[in-house]
Design a binder for this molecule. Structure first.
Ligand code: NAP
Length: 238
């Protein structure tokens, strides 16, 4: 019988985990919410790199590794592909399609934090929706800027940055109000491809403000790529 190790951390992974029986394991890093109502087994915390993951796969008799981590969780995806190779089991991945800019969008791709800060220079009131990384840079905010930073963690800001602790899904009307209230003149986003965080892009379009999009990381080749939860579930049942 197949024994699946599902690497999660996003809503789609949880949806897949809910379909798995007790023989399978759902694995989380432990940075977000941990569900307590699953039928499958749950494991929380890292493995100590690809070697540690490979050892876990051997110890647990795992026969399929399913990487359903966030598209920017590149380290874990690399570890997964490497561990599957080391143990000789297949690695499948749920790879969300990226968002595409449409008519009226002004998206500017940036490769890293350095490029992002350069691209941000002409703006005054950015909204950061990148997660935790900007928290390390709160002391570097230029004099002419006031940042609004949305992240999962509730941490104090400073006199040049307000931090909003919130987790998606975000509704269009709420997003409109947020941009209006804070006078946002540029949005900073990953290209997560998630429906639950997409409304902010529509608001940027409506307000004709640019979006600085952090480039997606390169992800390793896997044995099978699937684009949606439905495709994964179908592939697992065949
Ligand atoms: P990352 O840089 O790729 O991974 C860092 C380390 O966290 C990994 O090397 C691994 O530790 C551990 N880890 C990550 N995912 C794990 C999992 N599913 N099960 C067990 N250990 C895991 O990942 P990240 O960007 O910090 O993201 C951490 C988690 O949050 C991921 O599960 C991801 O799906 C989720 N997430 C990330 C983002 C994002 O924007 N990056 C957004 C939403 C959710 P060891 O090397 O010790 O095994």
């Amino acid at each position: 019988m197949k024994r699946i190790l599902l690497l999660g951390g996003v809503a789609e992974a949880l949806a897949i985990a809910r379909t798995l029986g007790p023989a399978h394991i759902y694995s989380l890093a432990g940075v977000g919410r941990v569900p307590n109502d699953l039928t499958c087994q749950l494991r929380v915390g890292g493995y100590g790199g690809a070697e540690g993951l490979a050892q876990f796969i051997r110890d647990q008799g795992i026969s399929l590794l399913l990487d359903a981590t966030h598209p920017y969780a590149a380290q874990m995806s690399r570890n997964a592909a490497a561990a599957a190779q080391l143990t000789g089991i297949p690695c499948w991945a749920l790879r969300r399609p990226a968002w595409q800019a449409g008519p009226g969008d002004d998206w500017r791709e940036v490769a890293d934090w350095h490029e992002l800060i350069r691209a941000l220079a002409p703006f005054k009131r950015p909204l950061f929706t990148l997660g935790r990384e900007p928290l390390q840079h709160l002391h570097e905010i230029p004099e002419q800027q006031f940042w609004t930073l949305r992240a999962l963690d509730s941490v104090p800001g400073n006199d040049r940055c307000e931090i909003i602790a919130a987790r998606g899904p975000f509704q269009l009307e709420e997003e409109r109000q947020l941009f209006e209230r804070r006078g946002i003149d540029v949005l900073i986003s990953k290209n997560s491809g998630s429906q639950s965080t997409e409304p902010k892009l529509q608001v940027a379009r409506e307000r004709r403000i640019p979006v600085l999009v952090l480039k997606r990381p390169e992800l390793p080749a896997v044995d099978r790529e699937l684009g949606s939860v439905a495709q994964v579930i179908k592939a697992l049942t065949i």
